[in-house]
Design a protein around this ligand. Structure first.
Ligand SMILES: [Fe+2]
Ligand SMILES: [Fe+2]
Length: 285
């Protein structure tokens, strides 16, 4: 089901699609930005969503004429359908510069020639009708080259995997009312995928300067209202920071303990694989 997150009389709107993934794939949200007859899709996903998203988009715009297909980072749930978008539309593909040489692996040789806009590390502004969409650097959250997108008209932050909450599918349309309510669905994901507490703090410092009415992650429910956004991102992120630090300490302790155990048991045969492989095996990775 699609939901219009924002719409005004000037012809600006933002739409989210939350239920297009079928099968075993992780639930993910796709977004349409529309302004003055110009349109862009953010994080369209892969094969699991392409057909259904294409159909859903055609209720709002002529899909062939999309201006941009925007990828916040390189993951399969973000842009594995790249080849189909290149063939099915005349859109420019907007990707972090870091992934510019990797993304063509999703398609055939020569297909991306003249079709890619690479966002430099420091960010950029994308013009879409009268909208100046800000590509904000959010590197290492979780990909090494990663952008979030801020729409200053709707005041929506499209936060990608930051704030992702793997909630029950039946709750997807419910706005998040408090950090405590959503934390159980966020914590595990962030502790594993957002691997730097320092970077989380940089992110908090960056986004708290923006006027945000809604923060919409690529997975799960939306944070609606200034108060909830502030509580969830600034305060919540600080909680996460603590959680991440704890998790980091736990991991370091565990690694030390594991290393001791492993070292005490290390055999000649194990030595030839190297300590990190042995630890990895011990931890079941
Ligand atoms: Fe991702
Ligand atoms: Fe994701």
């Amino acid at each position: 089901m699609s939901e219009e997150l924002y719409s005004d009389r000037s012809g600006h709107s933002c739409v989210v699609f939350r239920d297009l993934v079928q099968g075993e794939g992780v639930q993910s949200n796709q977004f349409l930005l529309f302004d003055s007859e110009h349109a862009a899709v953010i994080d369209p996903g892969g094969e699991l969503t392409y057909n259904r998203l294409f159909m859903a988009l055609s209720n709002y715009t002529k899909v062939r004429n999309l201006d941009y297909v925007i990828a916040s980072h390189q993951d399969p749930d973000i842009v594995a359908s790249l080849n189909k978008w290149l063939v099915g539309t005349d859109a420019k593909i907007v990707v972090p510069a870091l992934w510019e040489r990797f993304i063509p692996h999703y398609t055939r040789p020569g297909k991306t020639e003249g079709r890619v806009i690479a966002i430099p590390d420091q960010g950029a502004i994308l013009n879409l009708g009268k909208l100046q969409l800000k590509a904000l650097p959010a590197h290492f959250l979780h990909a090494e080259g990663n952008f979030q997108f801020y729409d200053p008209i709707s005041k929506i932050l499209f936060s990608g995997d930051m704030g992702a909450n793997l909630c029950p599918r039946t709750d997807l349309d419910e706005p998040i009312k408090s950090i405590s309510e959503i934390m159980p669905y966020m914590e595990g994901f962030h502790q594993r995928y957002m691997n730097s507490n320092k970077i989380c703090r940089y992110w908090v410092n960056m986004v708290r300067t923006l006027d945000i009415e809604m923060m919409v992650p690529q997975h799960g429910r939306a944070f609606v209202g200034k108060k909830v956004v502030a509580e969830s991102s600034w305060t919540g992120l600080r909680t996460f920071s603590v959680a991440l630090i704890c998790s980091h300490r736990r991991t370091t302790k565990h690694l030390k303990r594991t290393k001791k155990t492993v070292e005490s048991r290390i055999s000649r045969r194990q030595r030839k694989y190297g300590i990190s492989t042995v630890i990895a095996r011990e931890r079941g990775y």
